[in-house]
Design a protein around this ligand. Structure first.
Ligand code: SAH
Length: 224
C-alpha cells in the first residue's frame, strides 16, 4: 500500500463502524482483494461527507454532496477498485472524482491517480480535503473527463464514476495494452450496466459486471 497519507494507527473514533463496513464488504459482497479492503479500512469516509451526515458515513449508502451529486456507495467503490486489479505500480485515470473518496481509495492501492471532475466546486473541495489528509500522489483537473487526459496517457487503469450512453472513445484510446477501464454504461441516464474493458494486443475485451446506478456522465462523449 502506498499509504503514507493516512495513518491507520492514529485513532479518529470511527474504527469500529469502518471495520464493520469492511467486514460487510468481505462477508456479504465477497470483496476479496485484501489491498482494496485495507484501503477501505483506512480512508476516513466521514471527512468526505457534510458534517451533518458524519454518523451515516460508514453505512453502505450513497449520500448527497454538493452540486446535486452523490458520494458513491462504499460497496460500489470497493467493487470497481477490485475490478481494476491494481497491484500498486499503476497510473490510474479517475473520471468524476466528486467528493474525492474513491480517489483516496485508488491513491492507496495504485502509484499515481489523475483525478478529473467537471464541477469546479467539487473539484476544489476534494483537492483541499485530500491534501489536508496527506495525499501527495494525485493530480487534479477540472474538465470534461470524457476526453480523458491526453498529456498523461496512456493509463494502466481507468475508473469512471458516472454513467454515459456509450464508452467514450478517447478513454479506450488512452488505455495501455493490458490496461482496464471500468465504467457504467446505459441508455437511461440513471441506470446502467457496469462494464470492464481490457485493451489487448488485438483490440478490446468487454465484460458485463452487473447492473448499477450512477449519476449521469455529462460531456462531449457522454450525455449532452
Ligand atoms: N466517486 C465519487 C462520485 C461522485 S458522483 C464520490 O464518491 O464522491 C459522479 C461525479 O461525476 C459527479 O461529481 C459529477 O460532477 C462528475 N461528472 C459527471 N460527468 C463528468 C465528466 N464528463 N467529467 C468529469 N466529471 C464528471
Amino acid at each position: 500500500m502506498n499509504g503514507t497519507a493516512v495513518n491507520p494507527s492514529v485513532s479518529d473514533g470511527y474504527e469500529i463502524p469502518r471495520g464493520r463496513l469492511v467486514e460487510h464488504l468481505r462477508g456479504h459482497y465477497k470483496i476479496a482483494d485484501e489491498r482494496v479492503l485495507a484501503a477501505m479500512n483506512t480512508v476516513p469516509r466521514h471527512l468526505f461527507v457534510h458534517d451533518a451526515m458524519r454518523s451515516q458515513a460508514y453505512k453502505d449508502n450513497a449520500l448527497p454532496i454538493a452540486g446535486g451529486q452523490t458520494i458513491s456507495q462504499p460497496y460500489i467503490v470497493a467493487r470497481m477498485t477490485e475490478l481494476l486489479e491494481l497491484k500498486g505500480r499503476e497510473r490510474v485515470l479517475e473520471i468524476g472524482s466528486g467528493s474525492g473518496y474513491q480517489t483516496a481509495v485508488l491513491a492507496l492501492v495504485a502509484r499515481k491517480v489523475f483525478a478529473v471532475e467537471r464541477l469546479d466546486v467539487l473539484a476544489a473541495e476534494a483537492k483541499a480535503r485530500l491534501l489536508k489528509i496527506g495525499f501527495r500522489n494525485i493530480s487534479y483537473k477540472t474538465a470534461d473527463g470524457t476526453e480523458g487526459w491526453p498529456v498523461y496517457a496512456p493509463f494502466d487503469a481507468m475508473l469512471v464514476a458516472a454513467g454515459g450512453p456509450e464508452i467514450p472513445k478517447p478513454l479506450v484510446e488512452q488505455l495501455e495494452i493490458g490496461g482496464r477501464l471500468v465504467i457504467p454504461v446505459g441508455s437511461e441516464p440513471k441506470s446502467q450496466i457496469l462494464v470492464r474493458v481490457t485493451r489487448t494486443e488485438k483490440g478490446f475485451d468487454t465484460e458485463n459486471c452487473g447492473p448499477c446506478s450512477f449519476v449521469p456522465l455529462i460531456g462531449q462523449h457522454g450525455w449532452k
